[in-house]
Design a protein around this ligand. Structure first.
Ligand code: HEM
Length: 516
């Protein structure tokens, strides 16, 4: 190769000029792409790492003309592969105690023709615990450890502490689920305490590692970072509240007392975890990652700060109004709650516009459909909320559980999980040094996941009107989602194994298709 351009892949450059890897490392490549480097073009690397393409070309050309005498020795370290254990744990959890167990719970709901079966409560809460910490948590923490130092052009502070947070999180998840299932046995109190302490420590270590990593960096602060910082504060709060929730249930004096405690704590807890932690991290990462990776350009109006305050403001208003309304029965507080609900579709639409997910991508990729669909689901989920009180009034329910459950599923599966599927399937091949253009289009899991999610969201509301039709059908939706996750999960796992062994050859069909 005589001449490199923005279209030349990083792997090709590293092949002809091994010393160029040092230049890439200075811009944050580090272990990405394994031994041979990623197959993405140089221009893509420059856009994602906020590097100047012309300057990069100049530096690489100089290195090619005058190669440095010191040989570059590639060596993978913990901070390069730590993400893999988090992602693999996330895949294992979602396919077992997450989606599979959720699907079994849903089948039991369908057979019993009621969403309000007290005997299923422990299993549903254990499922929610696994999904929030083991699915969302594992992917967020793993992604952050991998990408944050690279975004900030530095190295991960104390990787061994980051590794410890993995084991603590895992211990907390297992203990927490067992604690829920064993209630009211004495052992569940011990397990509940182990779970709370392990998870809180894991989150504190996680925040500490990222904070110290950021402090090492000389890069200027970027506006998207405030989304990430506030997401972590909500993460910590949601982890503490999860433990409080467990002990409030465990010490309830009667069944009525238990239901009252769940009514007061469950809603705010899930809002903190889903609308605070998950939504803000996705909003932050989307702004840093999505426009550059898919070539969506910049928004005509930058509304980052407004969106930030709308998400946080509506969440705080939501929680305060809800708890006070439930404890004081002062009707005026319902106005605050409705206002919080009205702000939700507003920030969802503004965020989608800010990221530009409905613009035409100049760098189309098999995973873009997941990201776009995730934002459609976000708008649907948030758009449902202003109608929640009206729906309750029309169907004569003080708290329309079916409607709230339907909204929650649109948010957790349609938005959060769809985003995890899309982003991980975009990032992992890059980290493994595999050309994503030569991989499976992922259309099948994409369609199945959307069909399963749409079926659940629609049918859960319909159980209020046509229970005899909706309940038998809803039992299938969980298994449709499980099939989609299994399909996606096997491919991701295989790709991570390629990264692990450093093999450059592609995986075999049916999950990875040969080049056209
Ligand atoms: C992928 C397939 C999934 C299935 C089949 C499933 C199934 C269920 C079922 C049957 C319920 C009880 C519904 C109700 O009472 O209205 C539930 C509740 C819940 N699920 Fe899932 N779920 C899935 C995915 C997820 C994901 C990805 C998350 C988190 C990101 C999640 C978090 C929750 C939460 C927070 C609750 C509410 C628990 C509570 O009442 O406190 N689920 N799920």
């Amino acid at each position: 190769m005589n001449h490199i351009t923005g279209n030349t892949s990083v792997a090709e450059i590293v092949k002809v000029c091994p010393g160029a890897r040092r230049i890439f490392d200075e811009h944050g490549l580090k272990g990405c792409g394994g031994e041979h480097g990623p197959s993405e073009p140089l221009a893509f690397f420059a856009a994602v790492h906020h590097a100047n393409l012309d300057e990069l070309l100049r530096e690489i050309n100089t290195e090619m003309a005058n190669p440095s005498t010191q040989a570059y020795v590639y060596k993978e370290s913990l901070q390069d592969y730590i993400y893999r254990r988090f992602f693999k744990a996330g895949v294992a959890i979602v396919l077992t105690v997450g989606c599979l167990w959720g699907a079994i719970n849903l089948l039991q709901i369908a057979l019993g023709k009621s969403f309000l079966q007290l005997r299923l409560l422990s299993a549903i809460h254990a499922h929610a615990h696994a999904m929030i910490f083991g699915w969302v948590g594992m992917f967020v923490v793993g992604f952050a450890y991998q990408s944050f130092p690279r975004f900030k052009n530095t190295t991960l502070w104390r990787p061994e502490l980051a590794n410890l947070s993995f084991y603590l999180l895992g211990t907390g998840i297992v203990a927490g689920m067992l604690a829920d299932m064993l209630l009211p046995a004495l052992a569940s109190f011990v397990l509940g305490a182990v779970s709370g302490l392990s998870e809180i420590t894991a989150v504190v270590f996680f925040m500490l590692v990222l904070y110290r990593t950021a402090r090492q960096s000389i890069e200027p602060h970027n506006p998207y970072e405030k989304f990430i910082a506030s997401s972590f504060i909500w993460f910590l709060l949601g982890t503490i509240l999860e433990a409080v929730f467990f002990f409030a249930k465990a010490t309830a004096p009667s069944e009525h007392g238990l239901i009252m405690r769940i009514a007061v704590i469950d809603g705010p807890l899930r809002d903190v975890q889903l609308l605070g932690f998950a939504a803000l991290i996705i909003a932050g990462v989307s702004q840093r990652f999505v426009p550059q990776v898919y070539g969506l350009g910049k928004p005509s109006h930058d509304r980052q700060t407004m969106i930030f305050w709308l998400i946080n403001g509506s969440l705080v208003l939501n929680i305060i109004s809800y708890v006070l309304l439930l404890t004081t029965h002062n009707f005026y507080l319902a106005i605050g709650l409705e206002l919080a609900y009205l702000l939700m579709p507003l920030w969802a639409i503004l965020l989608a516009i800010q990221i530009g997910v409905f613009r035409k991508p100049t760098q189309p990729d098999r995973t873009f459909k997941f990201v776009r669909a995730a934002y459609v689901w976000l708008v649907i989920a948030c758009g449902m909320m202003p109608f929640f009180p009206l729906y309750g009034a029309l169907t004569h329910q003080v708290f329309a559980h079916t409607y709230m459950g339907s909204h929650r599923h649109a948010f957790t599966v349609g938005f959060i999980s769809m985003m995890i599927l899309g982003v991980s399937s975009r990032v992992v091949p890059i980290l493994a040094g595999i050309d994503a253009k030569r991989m499976n289009s992922l259309w099948a899991p994409f369609v199945l996941f959307n069909v399963g999610c749409a079926g659940r969201v629609l049918l859960q509301v319909l159980t209020d009107f046509v229970p005899n039709v909706a309940y038998p059908l809803i039992g299938f939706t969980g298994f449709i989602e499980l099939t989609a996750l299994l399909w996606w999960g096997i491919e991701l796992w295989h790709t991570m194994n390629v990264a692990k062994t450093g093999r450059t050859k592609l995986l075999t069909a049916p999950f990875v298709l040969p080049a056209q």
